[in-house]
Ligand binder design. Structure first.
Ligand code: AKG
Length: 199
């Protein structure tokens, strides 16, 4: 994978992690097979995307006052996890003096069309490891990293089958978002593999 030079962040990127055919098969399978749900927020609304969370037993975590409880892995996500682990550069762990540990959960996001989005946030919950691997499926999605001063440090249209890894102090120093793009009518899927340490 290629490192992307952004001061204060540690990002690795591979545009063609999956072939277009593999990515399309996976997209169609996950669209049909994942237990997609639109989660309610505490303010009587719902988050602007569908989600499905899979992982090892005990990988529960809390985000935005909502608890994520893992569903049992489905084979397609487990085999993708093995490929993502193989692709993750060892320096993503070594630079933070961590031993190489497998991902143990994946949050799947389904943006049904360009009206869906995820607001600016960091995945910096205390139980979350610093290495997060994001696989993109479907038409490209504008992914942006912003520094704590609000400046855009990274903006990339992530294509079908790409892999982006955030590591090191990325979550501490930056937030990320996928904004609404109302002109997009097709669904898009993002899979973020994570390591949750039970506390
Ligand atoms: O779709 C994306 O790339 C962003 C997903 C995300 O921010 C998350 O799952 O925390």
């Amino acid at each position: 994978m290629e490192p992307v030079a952004i001061p204060g962040a540690e990002i690795y990127y591979e545009e063609r992690f999956l072939s277009s055919e593999e990515a399309t098969t996976l997209f169609n399978t996950l669209l049909a097979k994942c237990a997609w749900k639109r989660r309610k927020t505490s303010f009587k609304g719902s988050v602007p995307r569908d989600e499905a969370y899979y992982g090892d037993p005990g990988t529960n975590y809390t985000y935005s006052r909502s608890e994520y409880k893992p569903l049992a892995w489905i084979p397609e996500l487990l085999s993708l996890k093995a490929r993502v682990e193989e692709a993750t550069p060892t320096e993503a762990y070594a630079k933070s003096n961590l031993s190489t540990v497998p991902y143990n959960a994946v949050l799947c996001n389904l943006y049904r069309n360009g009206h869906d989005s995820v607001g600016l946030h960091a995945d910096a919950e205390p139980e979350m490891g610093p290495v997060i691997a994001s696989v993109s499926l479907g038409v490209e999605r504008l992914f942006r990293l912003k520094g704590n001063d609000g400046g855009v440090a990274f903006a990339e249209r992530l294509p079908h089958g790409s892999l982006l890894i955030m590591a090191g102090h990325t979550q501490k120093n930056f937030k990320h978002e996928v904004s609404k793009e109302p002109d997009i009518s097709q669904p898009r899927i993002n899979l973020t593999f994570r390591r949750i340490e039970s506390r």
